[in-house]
Design a protein around this ligand. Sequence first.
Ligand code: PLP
Length: 369
Amino acid sequence: MSKFLSNRFKNMQPYRPGIQPHDRDYVKLNANETTLSPSPKVRAALTDALVDGLGRYADPYCLDFRRAVAQAMGVATEEVFVGNGSDEVLAIAFHTFFGDEVPVAFPDITYNFYRDWCTTFDVPFCEIPLLEDFSVDVDALAAFDGHVVLVNPNAPTGMVVPREAIERIMAARSDRLVIVDEAYIDYGGESCVPLIGRHRNLIVVQTMSKSRHLAGAHIGFAIAASELIDDMRDVKFSVNPFNVSALTSAIGIAAIEDAEHLEAFVAENAREREELARELCRRGFHVLPSSTNFVLAKIPKGDAAALTGALKEHGVLVRHYDQNRIRDWLRITVGTATENAALLQALDACLAQGACCPPHPAGGDCAET
Ligand SMILES: *Cc1c(COP(=O)(O)O)cnc(C)c1O
C-alpha cells in the first residue's frame, strides 16, 4: 500500500475474482463464464454507424437500454437502472443505501463480494449461517434488525431460495431494504421482479454475464421502485455519469430482446449440468442440487485445495474456497460437453495419482441431484 492511500480505505478488503491465467490454454470452469458465443443479434448490433458515432458520449440516462430492459421484464422504464456489470450495480446500491447506521445481513456462505463491500466501506454486517442442509435460514434473516442481501439461487451452493421466503423477509420489516441478486435466476428459481410493485423496499439485480454469455461485455441492471432507482441514478451522477458505453448499451439491448436464445442456452446448460452431476456422483462426490450454471461438489476425501492445484496442472481450472464448511468442496462451472469431459478425464487422472483419493464405486448421494 502506498503512503497516499486514503484512510477511508484502511480496512479495504478487495474481492478476489476467479483466476484468469494466460500461461496456457485452460479448460476454464472457475468463474461461471462460458466459451459459447452470445446471441447472434449481438454481432448484428455492432454496426458501422455505432462505431462512427463513438465520438459522442452515450446517453447518461441510458433511456433506450432501460426501455428494452423494462419491456423484457414487464416493468416501467423508471423502475430500471443499468450499469457496467451487476457488480457495479450492486456496489452503487450498497453505496446509496448502506451507511454505518443500519447493519446488513447475508448468509455466511454466499457471494463473497457482499462482505468485501461492507468491510471496505465500513458498513456493519452480520453473517447468518446457512442451515445444516445448506439452505438459507429464512427465519433468522426475517427476524434480523436491519437490511438483507441475498443471491437467489444462492452462490456458491446453487440452491434456490423460495420466492415466498424472500417475500416473508421483506414483509417482516417494511423499513428494511432487501437486495436480491438474481445473477443465476434464468437457470432456475422464481424471480422477485414481479414483487417490486408491491414492495417498495426491494431491489432485484440481474446480470448478462452468465445466462446471456456476455461476461466480457459486463452488463447488469437493477429493477426497483422508481424512488430507489432515482437515488441510485443520483449517486451514479455524483461519481461516473457515463458508466454505460454506447457499445455496452447496443449489446445489452440486442441480448435482452433475444429471449429465444436465452431459452436455448439455459436448456443446454441444464442438460450438461445433470450429466456432470451424475458423473461426479459416480466418482463419489456429493453434489448439491443446483439451479445454476455451476455445481458445488464435496470431494470423496482428501484435500480439495490440493485437488484444485492438481487439476490446474492438468489444464483444468475449478474454484475452491478456503472457507469453513465448504473447505472440502469444489465449485465447478458447467462447461460444454467437451469441457466437462476434459474435466472428468483430468479428475480421473488426479484421483488415480492420489491427489485426492481413489475413485469411489457408483452409488452414494446421486439421487439428490
Ligand atoms: C457473477 C456474479 C455477479 C457479477 O456479475 P457481473 O455482472 O459480471 O458483475 C454478481 N453476483 C453473483 C452472485 C455472481 O455470481
